[in-house]
Design a protein around this ligand. Structure first.
Ligand code: HEC
Length: 101
């Protein structure tokens, strides 16, 4: 939780107010992620629910998929999605997903 507060502080201090990060993450989410994880990140069938996950958890998962790591049986889908994400997009997506449930 301390690290989460620290990350939020950095986002605010770098003039990228936390609420802007959430908003940009929201826009980015609805470009691609929505198709599988649903309009509110609630998941459907084999696509997991991702709304309400911890900020750090989402960052960790997206980094691991981006590096090509297999986590579950359907990681192939996420690996190809995550390869297209920048560090900045990953933090904004994590800010968005951890802000909804
Ligand atoms: C083609 C369908 C598809 C798209 C598009 C997609 N995902 Fe996924 N996502 C999956 C599947 C399937 C898994 C489970 C992967 C596994 O088995 O490891 C997953 C897993 C995840 C997880 C880990 C969930 C957990 O509980 O550990 C996160 C976080 C995630 N996706 C975020 C995103 C984000 C952010 C985007 C948009 C950039 C996105 N996904 C786009 C299908 C998709």
């Amino acid at each position: 939780m301390k690290r989460l507060a620290f990350v939020m502080l950095i986002l605010v201090l770098t003039s990228n107010a936390y609420s802007n990060a959430i908003e940009e993450g929201n826009v980015r989410y609805h470009k691609n992620c929505h198709n599988c994880h649903g309009p509110a990140g609630m998941g459907v069938a084999s696509y997991p629910k991702i709304a309400g996950l911890d900020f750090e958890y989402v960052v960790d998962r997206l980094n691991r998929y981006r590096s090509g790591e297999k986590i579950g049986s359907n990681s192939g889908l996420m690996i190809s999605m995550a390869r297209k994400l920048s560090d900045d997009e990953i933090s904004k997506l994590a800010a968005y997903l951890s802000s909804i449930n």
